[in-house]
Design a protein around this ligand. Structure first.
Ligand SMILES: Nc1nc2c(c(=O)[nH]1)N[C@H]1C(S)=C(S)[C@@H](COP(=O)(O)O)O[C@H]1N2
Ligand SMILES: [Mo]
Length: 332
C-alpha cells in the first residue's frame, strides 16, 4: 500500500465544506449504498435536493445529548491504536449508513428516525455475578473513567467496513469496577426496549426484543474491547448507539450492541439476538475471518464505505496481535 495519500475533498474541515462537496459526499454514500453486487440492503433514494443534503449532513452528526458533556470532548487520542494504513472514513458516511433495527432495517433511514430519540435521563444496571452491582446514570457513565479516543477498524458481517474514531474507555476497566466474581465467565448486554417510540421494534414485532448480545469474559477484558460514548470527537449521535455502546473491532458488527441499559455477568454462555434468529448464520463468537464464509456469501473480501475500495478481509479484522491468543480457531 502506498504511503502517499492525496486527501480527497471530503477531508476539508466541516466549517469549510461547500454545498458541492457535501453533494459529492452524498453521491458517494449513494454509491456505497448501491452495493448490490454484495447483496446488501438498499439505502436512501438518489432523488435528493442539494440544499436538503447540506442541512442533513449537519443534522446527521448531532450528539444525542446535545451540549451536555460537550466539555468531555475531544478526548486525548490513544496512539497505541492505528488503522494499519487504512484511511479514516469521513464522518458523514457512517452517520448515514447504519444498522440499527430498533429504528429501521433501511440503513439510510436510521439517522433521521433516530435523531429526536430522548436519551436523557439514561440508566445502565450492572448486575449478576459481581461483588458490587450498581445502577449508573449519565453522570456516572461519563465520569467513571477518563475518556480516550481510539481509531478502530469496523467490519459488518454484510461485508462493508469503515475506520472510525471512537471516544470512550476500555470495557475491561469498566467491568472491573464492579468486581466480577470468580464464577463469572460471560458478560451479557441488553439494549433499550421501547416499542412505542422505536419504529423498528414495532415493525419487527416478532423479533425477540430487546436486542441482546454477549461475550466471553476474557474477550470483554481484552484491552481492545471498548465502550464508546462518542465518535469523531463529540458525544454519540443516536444512530451510532447513544449514549453508551460496545465496540468489539475484531468481531462482526452485530457483536457491538448499541444503547445499552443492562449488563449482566453470568456463569453460562448467554443466548444472543442474531444467533436466536438465524442459528446457522450468526455464531456466538463471530470473529472476522476471511476463511469462514457466511452460509450465503464469502467473507474473503470486504468493501470500504468511505473509499468504496474492495480489499481482502483480514483475520480478526487485522487485530491478530491483540486478540489471537484468545482463540484456538475452532470458534464459530
Ligand atoms: N441495539 C442494536 N445494536 C446493534 C445493532 C442493532 O440493530 N441494534 N446492529 C449491529 C450491527 S449489525 C452493526 S454492523 C453495528 C453498526 O453500527 P454503526 O451504525 O454505528 O456503524 O451495530 C450493531 N449493534
Ligand atoms: Mo452488521
Amino acid at each position: 500500500m502506498t504511503s502517499i495519500r492525496i486527501p480527497p475533498s471530503w477531508e476539508i474541515p466541516e466549517g469549510l465544506a461547500t454545498p458541492e462537496s457535501i453533494y459529492l459526499d452524498r453521491r458517494r454514500v449513494v454509491k456505497a449504498l448501491g452495493l448490490s453486487a454484495l447483496g446488501l440492503t438498499l439505502g436512501p433514494s438518489t432523488g435528493c435536493i442539494l440544499a436538503e443534503d447540506a442541512i442533513n449532513a449537519h443534522r446527521m452528526v448531532q450528539p444525542a445529548l446535545g451540549k451536555r458533556f460537550a466539555d468531555k470532548f475531544p478526548a486525548p487520542q490513544n496512539q497505541a491504536y492505528d488503522l494499519g494504513g487504512r484511511p479514516l472514513t469521513p464522518e458523514k458516511v457512517p452517520a448515514a449508513y447504519n444498522n440499527f433495527y430498533e429504528f429501521s432495517t433501511n440503513k439510510g433511514k436510521v439517522w433521521g428516525l433516530a435523531e429526536d430519540y430522548p436519551v436523557d435521563p439514561w440508566k445502565i444496571e450492572v448486575t449478576g455475578l459481581v461483588a458490587k452491582p450498581r445502577t449508573l446514570d449519565l453522570d456516572d457513565l461519563f465520569g467513571i473513567l477518563p475518556l480516550e479516543e481510539r481509531l478502530y477498524r469496523f467490519r459488518c458481517v454484510e461485508r462493508w467496513a469503515m475506520q472510525v474514531p471512537w471516544t470512550g474507555y476500555p470495557l475491561g476497566k469498566f467491568l472491573s469496577l464492579f468486581e466480577p466474581l470468580s464464577t463469572a465467565r460471560y458478560v451479557r448486554f441488553v439494549s433499550f426496549n421501547d416499542p412505542q417510540r422505536l419504529p423498528g421494534q414495532k415493525a419487527l414485532a416478532n423479533y425477540p426484543w430487546p436486542y441482546y448480545e454477549a461475550h466471553r469474559l476474557d474477550e470483554a477484558m481484552n484491552p481492545l474491547a471498548f465502550v464508546a460514548l462518542g465518535i469523531y470527537g463529540h458525544a454519540m449521535p443516536m444512530q451510532h448507539g447513544a449514549p453508551w455502546r460496545v465496540v468489539m473491532p475484531w468481531k462482526y458488527g452485530y457483536k457491538s450492541p448499541k444503547s445499552i441499559v443492562r449488563i449482566e455477568l453470568t456463569a453460562e454462555q448467554p443466548p444472543t439476538f442474531w444467533h436466536d434468529l438465524q442459528p446457522p448464520e450468526y455464531g456466538f463468537y463471530s470473529n472476522v475471518d476471511p476463511k469462514k464464509p457466511h452460509p450465503r456469501w464469502s467473507q474473503a473480501v470486504e468493501e470500504d464505505i468511505g473509499t468504496l475500495e474492495k480489499r481482502p478481509t483480514e483475520l480478526y479484522n487485522g487485530y491478530v496481535e491483540q486478540v489471537g491468543a484468545l482463540y484456538d480457531g475452532s470458534e464459530v
